[in-house]
Design a protein around this ligand. Sequence first.
Ligand code: AP5
Length: 210
Amino acid sequence: MRIILFGPPGAGKGTQAALLRDHYKLSHLSTGDLFRAAIKAQSDVGMLAQSYMNKGELVPDEVVWGIAQLGMEKVGFDNFILDGFPRTVVQSEQLSHFLKGRGEAEPIVITLEVGADSLVQRLSRRRSDAETGQVYHLDYNPPPADIPAERLIQRPDDHPDQIRRRLAVYEEETAPVKTYYQQRGAVIEIDGMGDMDVVFGRITEALDAL
Ligand code: AP5
């Protein structure tokens, strides 16, 4: 099974990808996570990506393609979830061309539909554990009480100005990706509002029915 998990910042792509990975035994490929690992390692790609990410802008397509292609080759082509990629029509075309060249079918595209107010609420209250990388939400998925407060970090792009910019960039540059795939085949729209396990149930129900 090959899945593209698509949706605006804060829609729950990372949360649902982790659940789907475990449920269907898939590899989870998040370009955002790959860039954050590159930033941590202070690599050239990481430093370049950081200058865009911290402003809420997209990393240039050619840089994204390099890291995404390497990631896909590493995990293989049979069972993966792409999270946060493709995020522009150019990236979608690159992916289609690449998969076609290898004789692979287009992935199933699942879109998570969440209202703008909820996106802001989810992003502004997200925290992650600096040691384990586990993602929490201060209200909807609170961290265990024994994790020291200083270990819970907020992403630099989860501050109000950056959130506003990311949502605007999504509308301008990323939303057209949905139309791209609607014109090519299966796009499954999932209501992303409600508890995480309820959203997960909607996704698995739709996938199991295919
Ligand atoms: P990336 O890391 O991909 O971020 P994003 O797409 O903005 O998405 P998020 O990770 O913020 O949100 P999510 O949808 O995964 O939500 P989550 O599950 O965490 O990209 C970051 C940056 O990297 C980009 O801005 C760009 O600069 C660069 N980049 C990455 N890929 C790129 C590409 N292909 N091209 C160009 N640039 C690229 O959930 C959010 C919060 O809500 C959490 O706290 C969670 O606990 C909570 N939550 C989740 N589900 C629910 C629910 N059902 N109810 C209540 N709370 C929930």
